[in-house]
Design a protein around this ligand. Structure first.
Ligand code: TYD
Length: 208
C-alpha cells in the first residue's frame, strides 16, 4: 500500500490556518483521497487534555516544552503514523515548527533539547510538506483582535508576532524541500488556490 502524505500548516496568529486546513482537506477528499484532519496541541484525548492545560495555564518554559512534546509523541504514534501507514493523508494544523519557533526562538528552549525531542517523538514520520502561511504581523494581529477571545500567545506584542513570523520564514528558507511559503495576505480563495497548486506540484506529481 502506498503511504499517505503528511502535510502540516504553520504560521503566526491570525494567518488563516484553520480555514485553509479545512479547504485543503475538502479538495483532497474531492480528489478521492482518505484524509485525517488534526491539530496540535491536541489530536488525541490525552493531547486535547494537555492542550487545555498548556493554553490556559502559563507553565514554566521547560514544563511547556515537555507537555507539547508529550502531546506530540501520543499524536504521532497513535494517529499520524498509523493513518499514513494505511495510505491515508494527514493534514495537521501546527506541528514541530511551532515548537521550534514558540518554545525555541521565542521561549529560549535550547535547540539541542528540541532536536532530541523531535527525533524521539517524530522520526521517521516527518512532514512531506509544510505550508508556511506568511502574513505581516500587524495584519495577523488585526485579524485575531477582530476574532475576539485572544489566547495567551495571541495577546503578545507586535514585536513578538514579528519575530514569530520571521522564525517560520527562516525555517522555510533553511528547509526548502519540505517547506513552501504561501502569501496569506490575500482572499481566502486566492490563498487556497495557491496551496492547492503547491500540493499538486509537490505531492501529486502535478496531476489531478
Ligand atoms: P490555537 O488556538 O490553535 O492557535 P492558532 O489558531 O494560532 O493555531 O493555539 C495553539 C497555540 O499553541 C498557538 O498560540 C501556538 C502554540 N503552540 C506552541 O507554542 N508550541 C507548539 O508546539 C504548538 C503545536 C503550538
Amino acid at each position: 500500500m502506498t503511504r499517505g502524505k503528511f502535510i502540516t500548516f504553520e504560521g503566526g496568529e491570525g494567518s488563516g490556518k484553520s480555514t485553509q486546513v479545512a479547504l485543503l482537506a475538502e479538495r483532497l477528499r474531492a480528489a478521492g483521497l482518505g484524509i485525517v484532519v488534526t491539530r496540535e496541541p491536541g489530536g488525541t484525548p490525552l493531547g486535547e487534555g494537555i492542550r487545555s492545560l498548556v493554553l490556559d495555564a502559563a507553565p514554566e518554559p521547560t514544563t511547556e516544552l515537555l507537555l507539547f512534546a508529550a502531546a506530540r509523541a501520543e499524536h504521532v504514534a497513535k494517529v499520524i503514523r498509523p493513518a499514513l501507514d494505511h495510505g491515508t493523508w494527514v493534514v495537521c494544523d501546527r506541528f514541530m515548527d511551532s515548537t521550534r519557533v514558540y518554545q525555541g526562538l521565542l521561549g529560549g528552549a535550547p535547540g539541542d533539547l528540541i532536536g532530541a525531542l523531535e527525533i524521539r517523538t517524530i522520526a521517521p514520520t516527518y512532514p512531506d510538506l509544510t505550508l508556511v502561511l506568511d502574513l505581516p504581523a500587524e495584519a495577523g494581529l488585526k485579524r485575531t483582535e477582530a476574532r475576539g477571545a485572544l489566547s495567551r500567545f495571541d495577546a503578545e506584542s507586535t514585536d513578538y508576532h514579528k519575530r514569530l513570523q520571521d522564525g517560520f520564514l527562516a525555517i522555510a528558507r533553511a528547509e526548502p524541500a519540505r517547506c513552501a511559503v504561501i502569501d496569506a495576505d490575500r482572499s481566502a480563495e486566492d490563498v487556497a488556490a495557491d496551496i492547492w497548486s503547491t500540493v499538486k506540484s509537490r505531492l501529486l506529481g502535478g496531476v489531478r
